[in-house]
Design a protein around this ligand. Structure first.
Ligand code: CO
Ligand code: ZN
Length: 336
C-alpha cells in the first residue's frame, strides 16, 4: 500500500490532464478485472462480472475515486519571464507560497507573490507568480505555454503510520480502490470501478460515467477533513480512527440505505469506522446520486489533514481499513 500510494501520488494529473495517472492506474488493475475501457471524458471504467448465474440480473454497483488533482494554470507570461496563474480546483494562496511546482514536461518553478502587499490577508492568486528561472519572456516561452498546468512537486514521505505528500486527495482513494480490486473475492454483484476525471473542478467525470454505467447503487472514495489538530474547527473525524462513513457534505446527503449498509458491514467485520459530517466540500457521489432518476449513493472517506496542501497527511490503518470495509460491502450480495 505504501509503495502504491507513493507511486500514485507522484504521477502528474491535474483536472483535464489525467492521461499519465490513468495509464498508471490501468497498469495496476488491468490483470485483475474482466473488462476495462476509457470513456470520452477520460474516465477509466473497469468491470468485474458477477458470479451469479440464472435469470436474476445482478445488482450493479459503481465505486468511484477521482484521479485528478488540483493545479495552477498559466494565464500570462510577462516580459521578465514570470508566469501568472489561475487555479484548477481549490487552491489557497497560503498553501502555495514558496512551494516548488512541476509542469507535465518536468520543468519546475517556485511560487511567490508581489511583496508590495500591505496585508497578507489580501493575498490573492492574481498577486502571485511562478518563477521558473527564466531570464525573460522568450526563454520562459520555450519551456511553458499559456494553459499549461503545474502541480505540487512533493514526493511522499512516511513517519510511522502517517504518510504525507501532495495529491492524497484523491490518490489515497485511488490506492484504496486499486488495492480493493486486487484483493476482492468473487462477488455476486456486478462491480464497476470508475477512476474519474475533473472532480476538483465540479464532479464532472462522475456525472457522465454515472450516466453510462447506470448503477443501482454507488460508493465514492475520497479524503475528508479532520477535527483533530490544535484549535481546529469542531469535527468528529480523527486521523487513524478508521475510515469515515459520510452522512453529509455540501454535494449530497448520503442515502440512508447505503450509509446503513456501510455501518452494518463495519460492525459485522469489526472494522473501526467513524461518522462524518463535512460542512463544506463535496465529492463524486454528489454528481452520481443525481444521475438519471437518482442513484442511492454513499461515500467512504479517508481522514486527511491539510487537504489541498503539498503535505496532505493520511494514516496507513485508515487506508487498510477502508479496503477491508469496501471489500466486505462489495463481496456480499447487496439487497436494495
Ligand atoms: Co479535493
Ligand atoms: Zn477529492
Amino acid at each position: 500500500m505504501k509503495e502504491l500510494l507513493a507511486n500514485l501520488t507522484g504521477v502528474y494529473g491535474p483536472s483535464g490532464k489525467e492521461d499519465s495517472i490513468r495509464s498508471a492506474i490501468e497498469k495496476e488493475i488491468k490483470d485483475h478485472v474482466d473488462e476495462i475501457r476509457t470513456d470520452t471524458m477520460g474516465n477509466l471504467i473497469a468491470v468485474k462480472k458477477s458470479t451469479l448465474s440464472g435469470d436474476k440480473p445482478p445488482v450493479r454497483v459503481m465505486t468511484a475515486a477521482h484521479m485528478d488533482q488540483i493545479g495552477l494554470i498559466i494565464t500570462n507570461i510577462d516580459e521578465n519571464g514570470f508566469l501568472r496563474f489561475s487555479n484548477i480546483g481549490g487552491v489557497s494562496p497560503f498553501n502555495v507560497i514558496n512551494r516548488r511546482v512541476v509542469f507535465e514536461n518536468g520543468i519546475t518553478g517556485t511560487v511567490s507573490y508581489e511583496t508590495e502587499l500591505e496585508n497578507m490577508k489580501d493575498l490573492k492568486l492574481n498577486k502571485m507568480y511562478i518563477d521558473i528561472g527564466a531570464a525573460n519572456r522568450e526563454e520562459a516561452e520555450k519551456q511553458v505555454s499559456i494553459g499549461d498546468v503545474a502541480v505540487y512537486y512533493a514526493p511522499m514521505a512516511a513517519a510511522g503510520n502517517r504518510y504525507f505528500g501532495c495529491a492524497m486527495d484523491d490518490r489515497a482513494g485511488c490506492a484504496v480502490l486499486v488495492q480493493a480490486i486486487k484483493t476482492i473475492k468473487d462477488s455476486p454483484n456486478e462491480l464497476i470501478f470508475v477512476f474519474t476525471v475533473q472532480e476538483e473542478v465540479g464532479l464532472r467525470g462522475a456525472k457522465t460515467s454515472a450516466y453510462s454505467v447506470n448503477p443501482a447503487m454507488a460508493i465514492s472514495l475520497d479524503v475528508t477533513l479532520t477535527g483533530d489538530t490544535p484549535k481546529s474547527r469542531p469535527m468528529a473525524v480523527r486521523l487513524g480512527a478508521g475510515p469515515a462513513v459520510k452522512i453529509k457534505d455540501s454535494s449530497l446527503i448520503c442515502h440512508p440505505r447505503v450509509k446503513n449498509l456501510m455501518i452494518d458491514r463495519a460492525e459485522e467485520a469489526g472494522i473501526p469506522y467513524q461518522l462524518e459530517v463535512l460542512e463544506a466540500g463535496g465529492t463524486d457521489s454528489g454528481s452520481i446520486h443525481l444521475s438519471r432518476e437518482g442513484v442511492p449513493s454513499g461515500v467512504i472517506s479517508i481522514p486527511c489533514r491539510y487537504i489541498h496542501s503539498a503535505r496532505e497527511m493520511v494514516d496507513k490503518n485508515d487506508l487498510e481499513n477502508a479496503v477491508k470495509l469496501l471489500n466486505s460491502i462489495l463481496e456480499n450480495e447487496i439487497v436494495l
